[in-house]
Design a protein around this ligand. Sequence first.
Ligand SMILES: Cc1cc2nc3c(=O)[nH]c(=O)nc-3n(C[C@H](O)[C@H](O)[C@H](O)COP(=O)(O)OP(=O)(O)OC[C@H]3O[C@@H](n4cnc5c(N)ncnc54)[C@H](O)[C@@H]3O)c2cc1C
Length: 379
Amino acid sequence: MLERGEVANSWRRERWDSLRLLTPNWQTRLPGLRYQGQDPDGYMTAGEVTEFIERFAAVARAPVRTGTAVTSVRPSGDGYLVTTGDGEIAARTVVIASGACNRASVPSFAGEVPASVEQFTPFDYGDPDKLPDGGVLVVGASATGVQLAAELQRSGRPVTLSVGEHVRLPRVYRGRDVLWWMDTAGVWDQRYDEMDDLTRARRLPSPQLVGTPERSTLDLNALTALGVELVGRWAMVRDGQALFSGGLRNVFSLADLKLRRLLDTFDEWALTSGRDAEFGRPERLEPTVVPPSSRLQLDLGRGEIRSVVWATGFRPEYTWLDVPVVDAKGHLRHEGGVVDSPGLYALGLPVLRRRRSTFICGIEDDARAIIDHLAGYLG
Ligand SMILES: Cc1cc2nc3c(=O)[nH]c(=O)nc-3n(C[C@H](O)[C@H](O)[C@H](O)COP(=O)(O)OP(=O)(O)OC[C@H]3O[C@@H](n4cnc5c(N)ncnc54)[C@H](O)[C@@H]3O)c2cc1C
């Protein structure tokens, strides 16, 4: 196992200070290692995730060579030649587990934002004090965007949040964590080869969730109540003006509709499994409140906005992979983790084999399936 940094490098180096997992502790598990603390319904800090992964590496006696960056993997004979900062390795098979979130995805028009406005991604954000005083435009309303918008607004900086397609979820539903419902009702077990639109499932934005001791919901209504201003999707920059799409009402209705459908699935599961009486009554959330008038443009040169935080998603980086298996959008071509080149495999990508693959707890099933295939190939 080759690791350019240290064990759990992404959790040590690439997360903002206040980040906690949005998945509850009972769900944070690796093969043979479960959470054993006093707070199964709590959410780990990044530091606790680091410790958890370190413990796993020790218990599993994982043969990790830290500080060893892979600079190239290329076909060679009946396998691959792996070049590292520390020499070359010939391997018949290679498993790519380099992560799905190595870089921030930032739209190309970021280059047209006036120089007077400082720009940040989740990688260089850290905490609110990194930003200058004054207004902040947070772009993207998925897990990262809603969390940073709330934190920045609470720090006293007026926040404008640019909202595109998003996934709305309550933190707790009928007395249980919403991710408990997804787990128990089998939503996360859905397989990649059973999905109508796998490409879409793999590109789905992360849900509007935050892990806090209070288990509070952090949807757009909660942000509006905090004083965050909502605007539409940021479409372009023209003459120093940020231009936003209209149609917030439609975007909100779609997220509300999907949420209602999901809650219907949970209620139906509770009834058909005979467990309905265990939970509180079915609940429905208030629709997302549409601002009376949302701004369609914002003058970036006027001083109202002093910084932009891009919470527009993450992407993997394969600049070191000299095998033609990356598509035009920068994603690996693979079938459930079996990459489109004999002996090459992938783990740790969104919806790799199941919906749960996106999360830490998804690795056990995925790794088993990939190892079976790999062993068969070698055999
Ligand atoms: C902001 C954020 C929040 C998240 N929250 C949750 C959550 O609440 N719950 C949850 O279950 N999951 C969450 N995830 C997903 C979580 O990161 C993954 O489930 C898990 O960390 C993936 O582990 P991984 O080992 O596949 O990838 P990573 O953690 O990205 O690890 C990949 C490793 O590969 C190394 N590497 C990359 N390129 C090279 C190279 N060329 N040579 C050598 N080494 C290399 C990196 O240094 C890194 O250590 C979150 C992800 C992000 C980005």
